[in-house]
Design a protein around this ligand. Structure first.
Ligand code: ZN
Ligand code: ZN
Length: 359
């Protein structure tokens, strides 16, 4: 009986994984422009762009799925995340423009296909490569539909240190949030922290697995661990951010849950919680009404904040939280709570797409 339950959970997990490949739920048909043509398509996501220099020996490749960080160390290259399937040749091409050294280590921030998708290609090109991810991420990738070539060569549970001196890397898992196996990757010599999709596009995170309360706790925990140690923050998607940006997001994630609780208890619609968040001017970038560059298929920061309040309402009502209605469609009213306004989570309009922000 117990084995059957475990199998059912694994099956559900692998199906959710496929659905969660792209960060937000897909917009309604016709709402997004056609993805760019060409050999480097990221499975519907914007294609990758040439590597940009971040600091010292660190570079970043944007697009084609999640960001890929390229770190050139003494005896080889470290990659954080490998984008959607099909981007491996482009990643290798970019690495070879930077250095002749081989890729020795891949660290995956989580199990979603836009972050592990080219593990298989890189493993073929570099047969000795180490692939490290959290044990929870390995389990999410190990379902019957999973590709065994994406799996890690080793895993960790809470904390792992790799290398020493200037090449030291620290991995942390502070709980469930975006997935069950999120990893934060810290490069002490560069004072740089990779957040995976716990922080992406400088907006409230997508919540396919953990829920609003869980991700607020997870983010607060990494902020507490890293205080005084970080200057640069690499988000899972989008542009580089800073320690101040991460602290702001952590405060926002917590404030969102608190505001949601207040209005849930009062029987108010979820939009009133977002109105509370708007009163804090520091939160303005996280409530922006423009589509972000590279997120043309998705939605605005403001819409995501509304979605996450909807998720919090489900949690307070004791209803299941996961990849579902509250992550996209409006929340329906029930006996326990009032529903959300459909326009708060509507797909982007042509006007929004035309006003896409450039930075
Ligand atoms: Zn992602
Ligand atoms: Zn993700």
């Amino acid at each position: 009986m117990k084995a059957k339950v475990v199998l059912a959970v694994l099956l559900a997990g692998s199906m959710a994984l496929a659905a969660a490949a792209q960060q937000p739920p897909p917009p309604a048909p016709g709402a997004a422009p056609a993805p760019p043509a060409g050999p480097r398509r990221g499975g519907g996501l914007p294609p990758p762009e040439p590597a940009e220099h971040v600091t010292g020996n660190i570079y970043k490749i944007f697009g084609g799925g999640g960001n890929t960080l390229v770190v050139v160390q003494k005896d080889g290259v470290v990659l954080v995340d490998t984008k959607m399937p099909g981007n491996g040749p482009y990643i290798v091409e970019q690495v070879k423009k930077i250095t002749d050294k081989p890729v020795k280590l891949i660290i995956n921030t989580h199990s979603h296909p836009d972050h592990v998708g080219s593990n298989d290609y890189l493993r073929e090109q570099y047969p000795n490569v180490r692939i490290v991810m959290n044990e929870g991420a390995k389990q999410e990738l190990s379902g019957p539909r999973g590709n065994p070539k994406l799996l890690p060569t080793e895993t960790f549970t809470d904390h792992m240190t790799i290398g020493s001196g200037a090449d030291r890397i620290e991995l942390y898992h502070t709980g469930r949030g975006h997935t069950n196996g999120d990893t934060f990757v810290y490069f002490p010599s560069a004072r740089l922290l990779c957040m995976g999709d716990v922080m992406a596009w400088n907006m409230a995170p997508f919540l396919p697995a953990g829920g609003a309360e869980a991700i607020a706790e997870e983010t607060a925990a990494i902020v507490k661990l890293m205080k005084g140690k970080v200057d640069l923050v690499e988000e899972g998607h989008g542009h580089m951010n800073t320690w101040a940006g991460l602290v702001r997001l952590a405060k926002f994630d917590r404030a969102l849950v608190d505001a949601a609780k207040k209005h849930y208890d009062a029987g108010d619609p979820p939009g009133m919680a977002v109105d509370d968040l708007k009163k804090n001017p520091d939160f303005a970038p996280l409530l922006d009404t423009h589509i972000k560059k590279g997120l043309e298929y998705g939605n605005t920061p403001l819409a995501r904040a509304n979605m996450n309040v909807n998720v919090a309402y489900l949690e307070f009502a004791g209803e299941p939280v996961g990849f579902g209605v509250a992550n996209g469609a409006p929340l329906k009213a029930t006996a326990k709570h009032r529903g959300s306004d459909p326009k708060d989570t509507a797909p982007p309009t042509p006007e929004m797409l035309a006003n896409e922000v450039a930075k």
